[in-house]
Ligand binder design. Structure first.
Ligand code: SF4
Ligand code: SF4
Length: 131
């Protein structure tokens, strides 16, 4: 399947934010085999990379799997191609949030918006903007 134009732009955004290139992955599966939450992740890391290669970036950005990644870097240490999927997942989360919010700032976010914002985004927001 060829990537549609919106997905191509999204892939470029994810690659720019993450510093990782989808074409580097040769689908060996080592990242998924070592990922501590790989069995619960949908998609798991190697399949996430495959979705990007197939131009299905929107599907990855809307997946639940990107929110399960704990940024533990096990996948990056196992990847023979030097791909850090944790950065890809983080870039996907950022792309998804940026489509709706300019940033998640705990000091200014409306109370009625808090239920739809993922907890991980809130934690990251507290780290960046409070204190
Ligand atoms: S960084 Fe994320 S995707 Fe990679 S092994 Fe850890 S939890 Fe899994
Ligand atoms: S370990 Fe690296 S090359 Fe292998 S599937 Fe994962 S991202 Fe692709």
């Amino acid at each position: 399947m060829l990537a549609s134009q919106p997905d191509l732009e999204l892939i470029q955004q994810i690659e720019a934010l993450s510093g990782q290139r989808a074409s580097e992955c040769y689908q060996c599966g080592s990242c998924t085999a070592g990922c501590p939450v790989g069995e619960m992740m949908d998609p798991p890391p190697s399949r996430g990379m495959r979705l990007l290669q197939l131009g299905r970036a929107q599907e990855l950005v809307e997946s639940t799997g990107i929110w399960l990644c704990a940024s533990c870097v096990v996948c990056a240490t196992r990847c023979p191609r030097g791909v850090d999927y944790g950065r890809v997942a983080e870039a996907c989360r950022a792309a998804r949030l940026r489509a709706k919010y300019s940033r998640v700032d705990p000091d200014t976010i409306a109370v009625d918006e808090t239920e739809e914002i993922p907890q991980q985004a809130f934690v990251a927001g507290f780290r960046k903007f409070s204190g």
